[in-house]
Design a protein around this ligand. Structure first.
Ligand code: GLC
Ligand code: CA
Length: 616
């Protein structure tokens, strides 16, 4: 080959290369344009949902299983659940298909409020075990791919915490300013409510220094003063220590209460009604400084780890919740509201449930809250926890003929809504309220205080005991886990700290593992389904249908061209649903026989639940 030829050849090759490159660039440009247009379209089609799914996070896709450690498993026969007992049950927990365990407080505590009164944030409650037991438990959780979220109780500590012991000793003690004091020479402090106190006051007189101190809960739970930077740095350092140990997040107890107006102005009922919907909890929460404190916490602690944070959104509303969880604000990840679980109480009574609570209102609450987080932030969903009665007794029907169906129906609801589900131990079995007949059976500080209040006022104590059976008594949801039909349901060999429900002979893990139609097996199916279809069931758009239907909760979830219809009968009369132009496809899950459609109407059996694909 000659030199010239070579040049010609080379120049030919060069031109071809340029031509080829241009062609490639052109094709890629067209492809990008097409892709962008189609992406845009699908953003419009699936609404804001793709925005949230673009920010995929492990804690959005997880199912959280809440364990009340006192009641889960006792390893040493003292009648109190403990960490060793829990560790021994981790294979069971893993088998549920859940991802995260939220554990109620396990720190040192004199247990005025079962661990929500902490006397040492760096140690384990004696009854629950030792730090070594904790380390083993955490390692065993992580070995199984389970994450651990701890409870962070920092609005208050215990009056037996060293900080408070110091603080109360004199007005000049360096710890004095860790708490809120009102010198008695100024007269009585302006009223603030104190839950769990028979006199209803959130101030307690301490003769040692002739002052009152503030406690939003019992007098054994003095409120910490977050305005003091020393308090904040002590708490942030403590959180860092736990994260360094490897915990995966915190559920933050009544966190909006940490900030309050510490001039403690007198507030009139009129002002309360006008500015705070008449709600003390709203007034007492989200005071000046809240978001500054949380941003500091984020900067100095949370941003350093890949962890999950959940605010117990006490006193927050639909308009203030976003301030806590908007990712751009760099505060917390999620929050949970009280609107759902506050529905249906009879005004003027303590947590007395109206059995004819309104499903239309229920649907509106959950739909409105879904829309709060449609564009940013992330919601949560729950129907029971350690502060609530059992979900099947409150929102389903615990009569023997309906208990299983209605508990599966509620499971379907929790695991098919957008937002991270928080599922309470024992609900997977359909555990029910214990319905104590006498006050002596109760252990909860809240119920005991309410009872004493009514007694002092000469009120109807019998009625109170009746109301607590179906209503809000927290011990209804705290009875020991039902592992088998043996004595004390296999929870303890000793005397349990709270009575075991007698229905343990039918409702227990062992029996339900053997029965393919049990609520337990159904829960496992639902956790699997949520994982398999995370595009639709976790991130997909939610649309409420037939909002005025008094018996049926119906909605669609959709993403990426896939759409399902969720139908839930909340009533013992079943209910019906008009299909209109919808065409049913494959059923993903059904707690009863397949759906029957007649003349475009679906009739649901009592408490029937179904998720079915839609073809159009
Ligand atoms: C939260 C807890 C509750 C506790 C209270 C005081 O509401 O969930 O159990 O009694 O705070 O810490
Ligand atoms: Ca024990």
């Amino acid at each position: 080959m000659s030199f010239i030829n070579k040049n010609i050849n080379e120049s030919y090759n060069f031109k071809f290369l340029i031509y080829f490159m241009f062609k490639q660039i052109f094709t890629v440009a067209i492809l990008i344009t097409v892709l962008m247009i189609s992406c845009n379209n699908s953003t419009n089609q699936t609404d804001q949902n793709t925005i949230n799914s673009k920010q995929e996070k492990w804690w959005k896709e997880a199912v959280v299983y809440q364990i009340y450690p006192r009641s889960f498993m006792d390893s040493n026969g003292d009648g109190v659940g403990d960490l060793k007992g829990l560790t021994g049950k981790l294979d069971y927990v893993k088998s549920l298909g859940i991802d995260i365990i939220w554990l109620n407080p396990i720190y040192s505590s004199p247990n005025a409020d079962n661990g929500y009164d902490i006397s040492n944030y760096d140690d384990i409650m004696k009854e629950f075990g030792t730090m070594d037991d904790f380390n083993v438990m955490l390692a065993e959780m992580h070995k199984r791919g389970l994450k651990l979220v701890m409870d962070l109780v920092v609005n208050h500590c215990s009056d037996e915490h060293e900080w408070f012991k110091q603080a109360r000793s004199s007005r000049t003690n360096p710890y004095r300013n860790y708490f809120h004091w009102w010198p008695a020479e100024k007269g009585k402090p302006p009223f603030r409510p104190g839950s769990f106190e028979v006199d209803g006051s959130g101030w307690r007189f301490d003769s040692l220094t002739n002052s009152y101190y503030l406690h939003y809960f019992s007098y054994k739970q003095p409120d910490l003063n977050w305005e003091n930077p020393k308090v904040r740095s002590e708490i942030f350092a403590m959180m860092n220590r736990w994260f360094k140990k490897g915990v995966d997040g915190f559920r933050m107890d009544v966190i909006p209460f940490i900030a309050k107006d510490t001039t403690f102005p007198v507030i009139t009922q009129k002002e309360l009604d006008k500015k705070y919907e008449g709600r003390w909890d709203v007034y007492m929460a989200s005071g000046p400084g809240l978001h500054q404190y949380l941003r500091e916490m984020n900067e100095q602690v949370l941003s350093k780890y890949d962890v999950m944070t959940l605010a117990e959104g006490a006193g927050t509303t639909k308009s203030t919740a976003m301030l806590l969880v908007d990712p751009e604000r760099k505060e917390l990840d999620m929050s949970y509201h009280f609107d759902g679980v506050s529905l249906g109480y009879v005004p003027g009574y303590f947590k007395k449930m109206n059995p004819n609570w309104n499903l239309v209102d229920f649907k509106k609450i959950y739909s409105d809250w879904d829309s709060v987080f449609a564009e940013k932030g992330w919601g949560t969903i729950y129907l029971g926890n350690h502060d609530q009665p059992r979900m099947v007794s409150r929102w389903g029907n615990d009569a023997p003929e309906y208990r299983e169906a209605s508990s599966k129906m509620l499971t379907t609801f929790l695991l098919s809504m957008r937002g991270t589900p928080f599922y309470y131990y024992g609900d997977e079995l359909g555990m029910t309220n214990i319905k104590f007949d006498k006050i002596e059976d109760y252990r909860d500080i809240e119920t005991l205080a309410e009872y004493a209040k009514i007694k002092n006022a000469g009120g109807d104590l019998k009625q109170f005991i009746e109301d607590q059976k179906t209503g809000g008594a927290r011990d209804n949801g705290r009875t020991p886990m039902q592992w088998n039909a043996e004595a004390n349901a296999g929870f303890t060999t000793g005397i349990p700290w709270l009575k075991v429900n007698e229905n343990k002979s039918e409702i227990n893990v062992e029996a339900e593992e053997k029965n393919d139609n049990s609520p337990l097996k159904y829960f496992k199916k639902m956790t699997g389904l949520r994982k398999d279809h995370k595009d639709v069931l976790v991130y997909g758009k939610y649309t409420l249908l037939d909002k005025d239907n008094p018996d049926v909760y119906a909605y669609t979830r959709e993403a990426n061209g896939k759409k399902v219809l969720v139908l839930l009968s909340f009533r013992k009369n079943g209910g019906s649903f008009q299909l209109d132009k919808m065409q049913l496809g494959e059923e993903w899950i059904n707690n009863m026989q397949p759906l029957q459609v007649k003349e475009n109407i679906i009739s649901l059996k009592p408490y029937q639940a179904c998720i079915v694909e839609l073809k159009n």
